[in-house]
Ligand binder design. Structure first.
Ligand SMILES: NC(=O)c1ccc[n+]([C@@H]2O[C@H](COP(=O)([O-])OP(=O)(O)OC[C@H]3O[C@@H](n4cnc5c(N)ncnc54)[C@H](OP(=O)(O)O)[C@@H]3O)[C@@H](O)[C@H]2O)c1
Length: 328
């Protein structure tokens, strides 16, 4: 049997290097399960892997893909707690855009069968990033403010949904009006277009004297400074992405007189240092939020894997209304 997978043989421009390939499938043995993959989103990190600019890179040639969702087709002889038809979230590092995937049982999390598979395909990376950044740095109290840029991104939407459900207020910054509308339609209470002339006054009026206790930065450059300008003295500024590809450059006063903390978050670091049981618990908790309708990330379009070039081309473009997904 052959498996249709997405492969790169060199790093380069994403839509030029990602291609459909075919690899042999082997049956599961021992403590392994075999999944038939259903769908997968294309995230910025996947594009960075294709470019060769991500924090960890595979040896080439490589099947790529950092998240996807599958259904169990077969189990090895030592597997007692999985059966065909179970929904499996693979948490192995990379190589997940593969029609057939054989994994150890400690590389997959079982999810309730009623979960929406398109949403489940986006569970591994962005919701835990949002959850962990909301809990790791600041002990938030009801009514406290968080400010974030890329409010319409998948992480941004997850931050807003998880925070607002806990009584924390979120000021979302976006760079275009259509994205602001999209955030509001998804339930965001406070959204501003950060490039508008009167943005600083509007933002300060909204936050009042309290200012934000936590800033979440996915963009860097000028946008990271806009966030810092809205932080309270002693606030925490977390950089987890650099969509603008600009540097983070800071006035010294933020550190000296305002005693702010500037730090960074990488989910891969959390994955490396967190036992599998704790990871599984986090994913199951977030899956319950998806099933309850509390967590929802928009999908713009799903492409068959044969259309990988079109899918990656679209994923590279700004101004999307949601994730680009692949399906088998
Ligand atoms: N550190 C970690 O562990 C971790 C984990 C998850 C995600 N991330 C990072 O988080 C960021 C968001 O990921 P995602 O999957 O949520 O993204 P996404 O849903 O694909 O959305 C991309 C976001 O980036 C914005 N954007 C794109 N190009 C930009 C530019 N040149 N300048 C400013 N904004 C730009 C988009 O705005 P428009 O809609 O206006 O184009 C959109 O808000 C990425 O940088 C990703 O690598 C990091």
């Amino acid at each position: 049997m052959e498996s249709r997978c997405i492969e790169i043989t060199q790093f380069g421009i994403p839509n030029e290097v990602a291609r459909l390939a075919s690899r042999a499938v082997r049956p599961p043995v021992g403590a392994e399960i075999q999944l038939r993959m259903v769908c997968a989103p294309i995230n910025p990190a996947d594009l960075n892997v294709m470019e060769g600019t991500y924090g960890t890179l595979p040896e080439l040639p490589a099947v790529i893909g950092n998240e996807a969702i599958g259904v169990v087709e077969a189990v090895g002889s030592e597997v007692l707690d999985w059966e065909p038809g179970d929904v499996a979230l693979p948490v192995a590092p990379g190589g997940l855009w593969n029609e057939w995937l054989t994994l150890r049982v400690d590389q997959a999390v079982k999810l309730p069968r009623e979960i929406d598979l398109r949403q489940a395909a986006m569970l591994r990376v962005n919701p835990p990033t949002a959850w962990l950044m909301l809990h790791k740095y600041v002990r938030m109290e009801p009514g406290d403010w968080i400010v974030q840029n890329a409010g319409n991104s998948a992480v941004g939407m997850a931050v807003t949904q998880l925070a607002q459900a806990r009584g924390w207020r979120v000021l979302n910054l976006v760079r275009r009006e259509a994205a602001a509308l999209q955030c509001r339609e998804a339930g965001a209470a406070h959204v501003l277009v950060e490039t508008e002339k009167d943005f600083p006054e509007h933002a300060r009026d909204l936050l009042g004297a309290a200012r934000a206790r936590l800033a979440l930065n996915a963009v860097s450059g000028e946008s990271a400074l806009r966030l810092a300008n809205l932080l309270c003295d002693g606030g925490v500024h977390v950089t987890y992405g650099a969509m603008s590809r600009q540097k983070l450059s800071l006035p010294n006063r933020f550190l000296i007189f305002q005693q702010m903390t500037f730090t960074g978050f990488w989910l891969t670091g959390w994955t490396r240092e967190t036992p599998f049981g704790a990871q599984r618990e986090m994913y199951q908790k977030l899956a319950a939020e998806i099933i309850a309708g509390n967590l929802h990330m928009p999908v713009e379009k799903s492409y068959p894997v044969e259309e990988i070039t079109s899918a990656v081309t679209r994923a590279q473009q700004p101004g999307r209304s949601g994730k680009v997904q692949l399906h088998w």
